[in-house]
Ligand binder design. Structure first.
Ligand code: BTX
Length: 248
């Protein structure tokens, strides 16, 4: 059922009390030809992270997927993920949370020394298309909003625990408006991401199929890849990683 959201962004919002995964619903809607559609749920019974990991999605959180049909090549799709992270971090900051971004897609709150963090939100982008053109793209955003952190996996935090409960409708409005702004000005996404990054300047380990890269995260490229100065051997070498699991 579509709900009236009073949005200052061109999205239709479809709300569910509970679904398996809003990304799965978005994929179905994409097959039916929909676009600029937001699938929002109070609870997900089978929420997913990257690499088929589970994403805990109890009632009280914000679980949504934004389905769009951007005129971009798949190589530019990571910018949409960064745009979603930037929009989520900005909205959480407005709610009083010290939200930062851990490359590529986690919205985290700094904890302890040495780049430690707790995870507040995550982004999972899925798409279909040809090599030269994206057919559709669904950006899934999960925000631990009005939930007790102890109901979530180790290492998680919530807006409730960091600040106070939020008006979720208002939070979703602000989030979608911020995402719409970011996607319409993709060139501004990387600079905005840099400003919010917790990862830059940290010692990181990125696991990827081709092997692990260890070193200092120094920048991200215009396409959103992480630039790492490795310390293998005597010379410092720069390695650019476009995807992988990052720890710091
Ligand atoms: P990820 O693979 O980076 O993170 C998944 C890992 O995070 C899990 O293995 C677990 O350790 C931890 N985790 C699980 N649930 C939570 C939670 N609620 N808070 C903090 N940490 C958690 C991140 O994947 C991408 C998540 C996207 C979720 C959205 S929600 C709407 C949409 N629908 C859907 O099924 N997924 C997306």
């Amino acid at each position: 059922p579509a709900v009236e959201f009073g949005l200052d962004a061109p999205f239709t919002v479809e709300f569910h009390d509970a679904v398996e995964s809003t990304n799965a619903v978005a994929r179905e809607r994409a097959t039916d030809g929909a676009s600029d559609l937001v699938v929002l749920a109070d609870e997900q019974t089978g929420g997913r992270g990257r690499l088929d990991r589970e994403w805990s999605s109890p009632p009280g959180g914000i679980w949504l997927s934004v389905l769009t049909r951007p005129a971009i090549t798949p190589a530019r799709a990571p910018l949409y993920t960064l745009a979603a992270s930037v929009a989520t971090a900005r909205t959480a900051r407005e709610a009083g949370v010290d939200a930062r971004i851990k490359w590529p897609n986690d919205v985290v709150v700094p904890a302890g020394e040495n780049g430690g963090y707790r995870k507040l939100a995550g982004v999972l982008t899925e798409m279909e298309g040809e090599t030269d053109r994206v057919a559709w793209l669904a950006v899934g955003i999960g925000v631990n909003a009005n939930i007790d952190a102890n109901a979530l996996p180790e290492g998680a935090t919530t807006v409730r625990d960091e600040a106070a409960d939020v008006d979720r409708r208002r939070f979703v409005q602000r989030l979608l408006e911020a995402f719409d702004d970011a996607r319409t000005d993709l060139e501004a996404v990387v600079p905005a991401w840099r400003e919010l990054a917790l990862t830059l300047g940290q010692r990181v380990r990125v696991d990827r199929p081709a092997g692990a890269v260890v070193g200092e995260a120094v920048d991200i490229t215009a396409a959103g890849a992480l630039v790492i100065e490795t310390d293998a051997g005597e010379e410092r070498t720069t390695v650019t990683v476009s995807a992988g699991d990052c720890e710091h």
